[in-house]
Design a binder for this molecule. Structure first.
Ligand code: GLN
Ligand code: ZN
Length: 760
């Protein structure tokens, strides 16, 4: 008999109830008791959904108030000194202070850093390790939740983040040392955790070790072997999980670890399934992630069964079925979508449906296909309909892609020639000042947008309102003396959604929320079909803004790679093809803007870096098509049209040649928080074009001083020729208030004026 289990379930709940409860607790309008009750109810409901879907082992410990890596830190007693924790059980407010710097009680302190969980859009709280780091079991959350599940008569499988992945994800603070030195100190805590779980009657523990999908050097490989040897006694059975990538060089030794089961990502590591099945010892379970936990498409069950059947014949009871990874990364229930095109909806499966799919696969294996023939037929029909649908396939788009000539990937002239023409035409001073695009999104702006979307506001009234807003932004920028203006983006709810809603091939959900960090969720668009642009998307707003002023106004677009990386992407063609389709659609927009007299066009690639594959050997391929997509988007313009791009980071030492290959005339980047140190790469790499390193941090409410900005730009000028420097904030201003923006940008312009005299 094959067994089913789940690796993790979305935490946020129906109607994002966890988000709402957390935010109420944080602002003082919900008691701790009520919050705890909300969590308990959510866990109970989520377990019930999983059990009713037919899942045999339910994950316990995957629920989190904020983040499961932070849960692990707290469980192991890894609480940095500044939180003034005095040992013992870490309380909820200390936990929240670590996550977000403040909580209803306790002093506000600098929060722990947050960063991306592998190649997902989920952010975890980075553990901080000191050289004299000690560890102690400091939370009972896991054991309490196990007891909770057992009281409900559920078949619980405890979930923990494994010691090696935990260490890997953390950061050394203070005196440098090798993190692996801490392993010996952590293992005893894991021993205690495992033996307590065993005493509670737990038979299986899922130990997440996703770093098995990364390149590991021999010291980490050996650490794995030793660690699991040391953890071999007085414990439940261990199921080690790996996901998001192939095991590659780690495959052989990972299969020999002292464990009782290994989970692999059958979607992303499909190639390795057979090899792992052969390499695992006779008594070791293979858990196959055969339903995609990272995307929202329905599984082709019949096709999946064809790979499962021989595995079942070979492994028998040792075959377990699971989603490829935790379902944290997909929305909860497709049935909540009442406004979605029914045809598109029939192609989709969210967390709950994915568990249903697993259960059908299980029955097909255990009881024969005829026991589920209806379900199999439905799945086949849905997949066939999707394959053939005219909503998915547009001949015109495919033809355009296949005919795309080399010429549109390259500007007419090299930068040296373009820059002269641009400077002649634009007549900008040195150290030109600009912003990244958005201006404060006030409550009123949001209300107007919402009213228009709901139909409560007619198109004309909406347009007049937005025009007034644009005019306000233009006048303000003129008044303070900025050189390159923007229209302020008041019409945009989100930099991807705004474009997706106007492009063919995109669908949007009402409730398809996915946790991004803490209480924050995103609702990624679904790219289901060939992408085309039926009409101009931004030209009206940009040209209106330009009509109000003699200064140049930048047109503002979101780039193809960012749109791709922040969406659920179709899985029936390479991602690179989908990206190029988006690029071609955006190319039309760029040309329309140019035709309408917009002389500067910015194409934001905020998410280019985060799309980097997990293994370095896969980077070149990704970067090649990502750069190509950007170039396709912008290269058809005339030489004297200035192309800008913006990136929300500047740690691109490792991808600098690709950034240069994008050949944007100007790139604006985030640097202020690093004191321009991140620009060091420009000392050794002669970046050829113009750069605007962000001169103040827009994530903070603090107003920079003129002196601070001047100092930063002087530092930048040590690394990049002053003639090629722009002066701008770190990122868009939409989350800031007007008074902050007024003060900060005024100071910024004053700093630029001062520098012009200094460098003249
Ligand atoms: N143009 C966008 C803005 O200013 C860029 C946002 C971003 O980089 N994330 O808001
Ligand atoms: Zn940014």
């Amino acid at each position: 008999m094959a067994t089913t289990h789940n690796l993790g379930f979305p935490r946020i709940g129906e109607q994002r109830s966890l988000k709402i409860a957390l935010e109420q607790y944080w602002n003082g309008s919900m008691t701790e008791h009520k919050l705890l009750q909300t969590g308990k109810n959510l866990r109970k409901n989520h377990w019930k959904i999983q059990r009713d879907a037919g899942i045999n082992y339910l994950p316990v410990g995957d629920f989190s108030w904020y983040d499961h890596v932070l849960d692990t830190s707290v469980m192991l007693g890894v609480v940095p000194e500044r939180f003034a924790w005095d040992g013992g059980e870490v309380d909820l407010n200390t936990y929240f202070r670590m996550a977000r710097g403040r909580a209803p009680s306790g002093e506000s302190v600098a929060a722990c850093e947050m960063t991306k969980w592998f190649d997902t859009n989920y952010h975890y709280i980075v553990p901080e390790f000191a050289k004299n780091q000690t560890f102690s079991l400091s939370s009972n959350k896991l054991f309490d939740e196990v007891a909770e599940a057992q009281a409900l008569q559920l078949n619980a499988k405890a979930v923990v983040l494994g010691p090696l992945s935990y260490l890997w994800l953390g950061k050394v603070k203070g005196e440098p040392f090798d993190k692996l030195e801490l392993l010996e100190r952590i293992i005893p805590i894991y021993q205690t955790i495992f033996s307590r779980l065993k005493a509670q009657g737990i038979s299986w523990v899922q130990v997440d070790e996703p770093i098995l999908g990364l390149d590991l050097d021999s010291s980490w490989q050996q650490a794995f072997v030793q660690c699991y040897q040391q953890l071999a006694t007085d414990r439940p059975k261990l199921l080690l999980t790996t996901y998001f990538h192939e095991l590659r060089g780690n495959l052989a030794w990972a299969c020999q670890l002292e464990i009782d089961g290994l989970h692999i990502d059958g979607i992303r590591a499909a190639k390795e399934v057979e090899q792992v099945a052969t390499a695992l010892p006779e008594d070791c379970v293979l858990s196959l992630g055969c339903v995609d936990g990272r995307n929202i498409w329905r599984t082709d069950l019949q096709q999946t069964l064809e790979t499962l059947q021989p595995l079942k014949d070979k492994l028998g009871e040792r075959l377990w079925l699971a989603p490829s990874c935790s379902l944290l990364h997909v929305p909860m229930d497709i049935e909540w979508e009442t406004a979605l095109d029914p045809e598109i909806k029939s192609w989709l499966a969210f967390a709950k449906q994915k568990l249903g799919e697993l259960s059908v696969l299980q029955r097909a294996l255990n009881q024969g296909e005829t026991s589920v023939s209806n379900h199999l037929q439905q799945s086949t029909d849905a997949c066939t309909r999707r394959k053939k649908s005219s909503k998915v396939h547009r001949l015109s788009v495919q033809k355009r892609l296949s005919r795309m000539s080399k010429a549109v990937q390259k500007r007419q002239s090299p930068y040296d020639k373009r820059v002269k023409l641009q400077h002649e035409w634009l007549k900008l001073p040195c150290f030109p000042t600009t912003s990244i695009g958005s201006f404060p999104q006030t409550t009123e702006i949001r209300q107007q947008r919402r009213a228009f979307k709901k139909g409560a506001l007619d198109a004309e009234t909406y347009r007049v309102y937005m025009q007034k807003e644009i005019e306000k932004v233009i006048r303000f920028q003129e008044n303070i003396g900025l050189d390159v203006l923007v229209h302020g983006e008041p019409e945009r709810n989100d930099m991807v959604e705004y474009f997706g809603e106007q492009l063919d091939g995109f669908a949007f959900t009402q409730h398809g929320w996915v946790q991004s960090y803490g209480s924050r969720c995103v609702k990624p668009p679904i790219i289901y079909g060939d992408v085309a642009r039926p009409a101009a998307m931004t030209v009206e707003w940009s040209t209106y803004a330009q009509s109000l002023t003699d200064k140049p106004v930048k047109g503002m677009l979101t780039g193809p790679v960012t749109i791709l990386n922040w969406s659920f992407v179709r899985d029936d063609q390479p991602r690179s093809d989908t990206c190029l389709q988006i690029a071609l659609a955006l190319q039309d927009e760029v040309l329309d803007l140019e035709k309408a007299g917009v002389r500067i066009i910015q194409v934001d690639e905020a998410a280019l870096r985060e799309g980097l594959p997990l293994r370095k050997s896969d980077w070149d391929d990704y970067l090649a098509w990502a750069v190509k997509a950007f170039r396709v988007t912008v290269s058809a313009v005339k030489d004297n049209t200035q192309i800008h791009t913006h990136m929300c980071y500047s740690n691109f030492n490792d991808i600098i040649t690709s950034i240069a290959a994008m050949d944007a005339d100007v790139i604006t980047i985030e640097t202020s928080r690093s004191d321009m140190e991140l620009l060091d790469v420009f000392k050794s790499f002669a970046y050829p074009n113009e750069i605007g390193p962000g001169v103040y941090d827009i994530h903070s409410p603090n107003i920079p001083t003129k002196e601070q900005i001047v100092l930063l730009i002087r530092k930048a000028a040590e690394r990049i020729p002053a003639t090629r420097l722009w002066v701008n904030p770190d990122c868009g201003l939409k989350t800031r208030g007007w008074s902050e923006v007024e003060q900060a940008l005024t100071v910024m312009v004053e700093a630029a004026v001062l520098l012009r005299q200094e460098f003249a």
